[in-house]
Design a protein around this ligand. Structure first.
Ligand code: CA
Length: 406
């Protein structure tokens, strides 16, 4: 594409609309406005034009605003009352301190546009200016009721700091690289943390580039409220019926719910099995309660290869035994653990309280073991007298359990 051709023929540029679907209503909640150009070879995307830094800022701003004007005009003419996602590169936005965009929006405001339906979608990864100034501009836009989304969110920690500061209404996460379950543990973990951050700062997650059922399922499971991508709907020149995918999304959602419930049931079933078995074993070992190290050695003879690590702590997290470790089906004590404290670990004290209140054991979520790096779970069990037994389940055992190994 020749940028000069675009600049000389701006009347051949026009908006495309890609719908964004909401998980709570299964309807279209808004459209991302995209730039297209009618070339001699057909319709082409203006994405590369907007990213091309060799093209002077003012031309790109002009084209951006031209397309936005057409989009808003069309939405007013057709009485469309959804949200609109307006893309702006942070460098371009700051080139005129956001003036031309705000003027344009205010002009449409007087024609009936509700500014609360505008989501300013900022790409700030390549921003070279002063972040404080960008931050102030964002705050200023927010005073008009304009919503803020941050585009292209990834695992980079500098960006997370900025996210926490801006607390955008929406975080847009690209699922393009999430093609299948295997080999994506790092990405899964980052997204899990991102969903925690979003919850803390009151942002909503939007997952984009959803092209496969797997990605939609993933988005649903990872706290995504908004979805966008070819698997749902391609961008087009026209607005669509809000309910266009209601039935499909409802059916998908029900599938995911069933899947998740089967998984939760399997986890619950395993927790109950471990509770029953541990009760039985501990009953048989009652006489050894005052020698905790020998208690876990005797216990290890009962538990087979379900577990690979056993130890006992008090209610404040101080370890009262050594670690008993299974290696190649032989159990052995590993010294140096007695007296260590684990109260700093996430959920530790909370779990002690839960065990006290229920007077029953707990099966943890799956997490990566500090020493082996394998995904494991821990079964913890109240022994009475402020003693708590911790039993780490072996990866191989968990992997063989139906519906558990994720
Ligand atoms: Ca975008």
């Amino acid at each position: 594409m020749d940028p000069l051709e675009v600049i000389a023929n701006l009347n051949k540029a026009f908006p495309y609309f890609q719908p964004v679907f909401s998980a709570d209503e299964h309807t279209i909640m808004g459209y991302e406005i995209l730039g297209r150009y009618q070339s001699d070879q057909g319709i082409i995307s203006l994405g590369p034009f907007f990213l091309d830094e060799d093209i002077p800022d003012e031309y790109r701003i002009e084209a951006d605003n031209y397309i936005l004007s057409q989009a808003l005009e069309k939405s007013l003419n057709e009485g469309i009352s959804t949200s609109f996602f307006v893309n702006r590169d942070a460098n371009l936005l700051m080139a005129d301190r956001g003036q031309s965009l705000l003027e344009l929006l205010l002009r449409f405001c007087s024609k009936g546009l509700d500014l609360e339906r505008i989501v300013l979608e900022i790409s700030e990864k390549t921003f070279r200016g002063d972040f404080e100034q960008l931050f102030h501009l964002i705050q200023y836009y927010k005073t008009y009721g304009i919503k803020i989304a941050i585009d292209n969110i990834g695992g980079d920690s500098d960006q997370w700091e900025r996210l926490a500061k801006v607390s955008p209404d929406i975080m847009k996460v690209d699922l393009q690289h999430l093609r299948k379950e295997a080999g994506n543990t790092a990405f899964h973990n980052i997204l899990y943390s991102l969903s925690m951050l979003a919850r803390k700062i009151g942002s909503t997650l939007l997952f984009e580039n959803i092209e496969l059922d797997y990605q939609l399922h993933f988005a649903w499971k990872n706290g995504g409220r908004y979805y966008q991508g070819f698997y749902l709907q391609e961008p087009s020149a026209d607005f669509l019926k809000k309910e266009i995918l209601r039935e499909k999304l409802k059916t998908k959602c029900q599938e995911y719910i069933e899947h998740e419930k089967r998984h939760l049931k399997a986890v619950h079933g395993l927790a109950q099995l471990l509770q029953r078995e541990t009760n039985e074993h501990i009953n048989q070992l009652k006489k050894q309660m005052n020698d905790l190290d020998s208690l876990i050695i005797s216990l290890s003879k009962f538990v087979g290869d379900k577990f690979f690590r056993l130890y006992i702590c008090d209610g404040n997290g101080f370890q009262l035994t050594e670690n008993l470790i299974r290696k190649d089906s032989r159990w052995a004590a590993l010294d140096g653990f007695k007296g260590k404290n684990w109260s700093w670990r996430p959920y530790f004290l909370e779990n002690i309280m839960r065990m006290q209140n229920k007077n029953a054991g707990l099966l943890s979520d799956s997490y990566s073991d500090i020493e082996t790096g394998e995904m494991i779970r821990t079964f913890s069990y109240p022994l009475g007298e402020n003693h708590y037994l911790f039993m780490d389940l072996a990866y191989d055992f968990l992997y063989d359990q139906d519906g558990i190994h994720y």
